[in-house]
Design a binder for this molecule. Structure first.
Ligand code: ZN
Length: 145
């Protein structure tokens, strides 16, 4: 299996069988993120401890395969991270999607989220791929409107 095929498999799997889709009991922060150009509409819930550790992340809503897979991968990866770690990861991810981060080691640090790197070559899909990450960034920065 070549790497592009592997990436497609990862995106498909998260789209069809999301691990973090559903309603959260007592979230700390909830924020809706919408990408009108595609119709992606998600609501992200985070549970953040007093020490700033992300203890859980869940999303609800609907959208295209790229937006759904991206938010599901993101939710899985930020659980257990500090706010700072999650924000750093969001910035690396968005840099990769915009084609600004090309360093292999940096991209590998994204783990499964690296599967979305080909979106960098599809300008129309960039907003789909970054929707969940951008929403998470706003939540952790306390920019909830
Ligand atoms: Zn989309």
């Amino acid at each position: 299996m070549d790497i592009k095929q592997l990436y497609r498999e990862i995106v498909n799997e998260h789209n069809l069988n999301p691990e973090h889709k559903g309603k959260m009991e007592d979230p700390t922060i909830v924020l809706r993120g919408v990408n009108p150009s595609c119709g992606d509409d998600i609501t992200l819930s985070l549970k953040v401890s007093d020490k700033g550790i992300i203890e859980d992340a869940m999303f609800e809503g609907s959208g295209c395969a790229i937006s759904q897979a991206s938010v599901d991968i993101m939710a899985g990866q930020i659980v257990g991270m500090t706010k700072e770690e999650a924000l750093k990861m969001a910035s690396t991810f968005m840099g990769m999607i915009k084609g600004e981060v090309t360093d292999e080691e940096e991209i590998e640090s994204l783990d499964e989220a690296a599967a979305l790197r080909d979106v960098a070559h599809m300008p129309a899909r960039v907003k789909c791929a970054v929707l969940g990450w951008h929403t998470m960034e706003k939540m952790l920065n306390g920019d909830n409107d």
